[in-house]
Write a protein that binds this ligand. Structure first.
Ligand code: OGA
Ligand code: MN
Length: 218
């Protein structure tokens, strides 16, 4: 045994297997939510770590599309973001990444999606009506993101603060971004939007991928 020099991290709960209800919702409607993904202690520590990233000027205006087509349009998408992979030295963010890895395992065990990796992004909507208009996280048929999972880091979020996640699925649900709520949806199938947020809104999003069949075997 060795003594850790890292500060304590709110002990996250085990990531439970997908319930029958969650599996059925994912298969039939393309999404489900789960409360208490990180545990309140870790969720608050993760938020503090995210705020520290912003204060250290590590977030950048988020764009749409990749490579040469990359553009920033604050009316289309008003958040600022950073890749979590660049900040795993922070114990709270490392623990969040571990929870998403555990989620990958239970999704693979329950839904047989064969997800091989997750890319995690921290996003901050500054308030003032910042939004993300309707979009898909992956293009149908293109080989990229399979499943999106988002955990929200906003204690005391009020209905008037807006910032709901709107899903274009049966019943047109909207989801308040309250502390430690997880939402999971099929990236290629569920168009969604972030409604204008009137308070600072934090989230960590994971995009789960499956292997690229065009990649060389060796
Ligand atoms: C995204 C996104 C939704 C949310 O980053 O692609 O749609 O609720 N985020 O933060
Ligand atoms: Mn999205």
């Amino acid at each position: 045994m060795f003594a850790s020099t890292l500060p304590p991290v709110g002990c996250p709960p085990p990531v439970l297997p997908l319930s029958d209800l969650e599996l059925r919702r994912l298969a039939d409607e393309g999404w489900f939510t789960r409360e208490g993904f990180l545990g309140e202690g870790l969720a608050l520590e993760a938020r503090a770590a995210c705020v520290a990233l912003a204060e250290a000027d590590r977030l950048r205006a988020a764009g749409i599309r990749r490579g040469a087509d990359h553009t920033v349009d604050r009316d289309l998408r008003g958040d600022e973001a950073a890749w979590l992979a660049d900040h795993l030295g922070d114990p709270a963010l490392r623990a969040v990444a571990d929870q998403f890895e555990a989620l990958r395992a239970v999704v693979n065990a329950g839904a047989w999606l064969g997800l091989t990796e997750v890319n995690l992004q921290v996003a901050r909507y500054p308030g003032g009506g910042a939004r993300y208009r309707r979009h898909l996280d992956a293009f149908p048929g293109a080989f990229n993101r399979v499943l999106t999972a988002i955990v929200y880091l906003n204690p005391g979020w009020q209905p008037d603060d807006g910032g709901r996640l709107a899903l274009w699925t049966p019943g047109r649900p909207t989801i308040d971004p309250v502390l430690d709520r997880l939402v999971v949806f099929l990236s290629e199938r569920v168009p969604h939007a972030v409604e204008p947020a009137w308070a600072e809104r934090w989230a960590i999003t994971g995009w789960f991928r499956k292997p690229d069949p065009s990649a060389p075997l060796l």
